[in-house]
Ligand binder design. Structure first.
Ligand code: UD1
Ligand code: MG
Length: 502
């Protein structure tokens, strides 16, 4: 597989095969298709951003060898670079490009099988495009045999009118391929060694050339520009949602559902508008995602209900849980069955037991919570010490009641059945069944409001009110006004200061 090019037409600093389709680098797609054939070896030619492309290739987990094409002198040159890696391999070599992502294993198998049943030396796929711009054209002789391939840039107007094109998938006997690669010359518009010239050289040398025309050309379309990438994204998206609809999933608006290639979705799940499912996300059966959700590597059990606007990365959510609206689940979140996570609740490394609820405005980080506990509104697990970067753990038992506006200063444990009063800052462990509460008794000043308003009326204007402001901090800040008045008074001797302070 050839994946060394920069992809000039992408106008990008990134190698083309690293651009993403369905949230996954382009290069991974043809690789997965080829792996389905279980070939003896897979060799990928890398060049531009070789290290990054190699990592993307290895991330597939497939046994792949990479070779480096240090200077990109064309697809024929890239194939030459792969020859030493073939070693003493003797058999059929499948050559494909890293920028043809939608090709399937079935199509590659068809190419290989045709090659073998026809006993050909070289076999290629062909397709017809109403607008073949950019593709190499297939030239045939009067008997209909493939004679050669001419690149778009090198083609005459008559040749450009040919709509049968080369998708760039070939099967060649190794003993035919290697000597012909040695004969390639760069006498063309781009001054490159073209792999496509192998076909013409093989025909001239009297080798047998077979071809298979594909019915669905979209499958082997190459990506050379951002517009083609966007088009392909739409095609892929369409195919994916269709596949899941066939498997029993409802999409309220398939046009705004973005389901990645590795995502799985259970039967009778309903997906609302504007939902993005990425990475290794797995959705169970009978779930409901209301709309506007962004889920990466997230597991949903059965019958989970995600209300409007949830974001989740690396979370696992148990059966019958209810999440959102506006919930943010971060990596390490593990929610048991029937858990409720409500609006404006953030979780990270939070293991939450069955039936536990945290319904409003809460941060649960680095914590473990038992079953059937209720976490009140505005609860914060204070996990970060603010300087060393160390995160400490909060442990909360089963059936615990945590009141509203509680801070749990980790490391701390609240044992089973304990109650934490509203407004409490928990700084040490709470035994099972205990009540913990920190309260400053409220001070009630009877009649304070009326006195304050009466005072305001007695004073003529704004500066006096500012001086009377109840909080010392504010009073200082506003004190500027009377000071300014004072300086004015100095400047204008006839002015009179007002307010009780005078
Ligand atoms: C190529 C074919 C063209 C075919 C089209 C199908 C040639 C000369 N032309 O054109 O007939 O219709 O694909 O999509 O082969 N690469 C390298 N090293 C290089 C140059 C390219 O590894 O020096 C890799 C690229 O990373 C890419 C692939 O080869 O994955 C194809 O290169 P690209 O430049 O896209 O060729 P096309 O112009 O599309
Ligand atoms: Mg291309």
């Amino acid at each position: 597989m050839l994946a060394a090019g920069l992809g000039t037409r992408m106008r990008s600093a990134r190698a083309k095969v690293l651009h993403e389709l369905g949230g996954r680098p382009l290069v991974r797609y043809p690789l997965a298709a080829v792996a389905g054939l279980e070939p003896a070896r897979i060799v990928v030619v890398v060049g531009h951003q070789a290290d990054e492309v190699r990592s993307a290739v290895l991330a597939s987990g497939l046994p792949v060898d990479t070779v480096v094409q240090a200077e990109q002198r064309g697809t024929g040159h890239a194939a030459q670079c792969a020859v030493p890696a073939l070693g003493d391999f003797d058999g059929d070599v499948l050559i494909l490009y890293g920028d043809v992502p939608l090709v399937t294993t079935a199509t590659l198998r068809r190419l290989r099988d045709a090659h073998r049943t026809e006993g050909a030396d070289v076999t290629l796929l062909t397709m017809r495009f109403a607008d073949p711009t950019g593709y190499g054209r297939i030239l045939r002789d009067d008997a209909g045999h493939v004679r050669s391939i001419v690149e778009h840039r090198d083609a005459s107007p008559e040749e450009r009118a040919i709509t049968e094109v080369n998708p760039g998938l070939y099967c060649v006997r190794s003993d035919v391929l290697v000597p012909l690669l040695g004969e390639l010359r760069a006498d063309n518009a781009q001054g490159e060694l073209y792999l496509t010239d192998v076909v013409g050289l093989a025909a001239r040398a009297g080798h047998t050339i077979a071809s298979v025309e594909l019915e669905r050309p979209e499958e082997v379309a190459g990506i050379n520009t951002r517009a083609e990438l966007a088009q392909m994204e739409a095609t892929l998206r369409d195919e994916t949602t269709r596949r899941w609809m066939d498997a029993g999933v409802t999409f309220e608006d398939p046009a705004t559902a973005y389901v990645g290639p590795d995502v799985t979705i259970g039967r009778d799940t309903v997906i609302g508008p504007n939902v993005v499912l990425r990475g290794a996300t797995r959705i169970g059966e009978g779930c409901r995602i209301d709309g506007t959700a962004f889920l990466v590597d997230t597991m949903l059990g059965a019958r989970v209900h995600l209300l409007f606007a949830c974001s989740s990365d690396g979370a696992a959510i148990g059966d019958d849980a209810i999440i959102g609206p506006f919930a943010r689940l971060r990596p390490g979140t593990e929610l048991g069955p029937r858990v409720h996570i409500g609006n404006f609740v953030e979780t990270k490394k939070a293991v939450v037991g069955a039936g536990t609820k945290a319904n409003h405005l809460t941060y649960l980080g680095d914590c473990e919570i038992g079953p059937d506990t209720n976490v009140g509104a505005g609860t914060i697990t204070c996990n970060y010490d603010g300087s060393t970067g160390k995160k400490s753990k909060t442990t909360i038992g089963a059936r615990v009641q945590i009141g509203s506006d509680v801070q749990l200063v980790a490391p701390v444990t609240v044992h089973d059945d304990a109650y934490v009063g509203a407004g409490t800052t928990v700084t040490r462990d709470v035994p099972a069944g205990a009540l913990v509460v920190t309260r400053t008794p409220p001070r009630v000043v009877e009649g304070w409001v009326n006195r304050r308003r009466a005072g305001a009326k007695a004073r003529p204007a704004a500066p006096a009110v500012a001086v009377k402001a109840p909080k010392p901090v504010k009073a200082r800040a506003k004190a500027k006004t009377p000071r300014a008045a004072k300086s004015r008074a100095v400047a204008k001797p006839r002015g009179r200061r007002t307010g009780r302070r005078s």
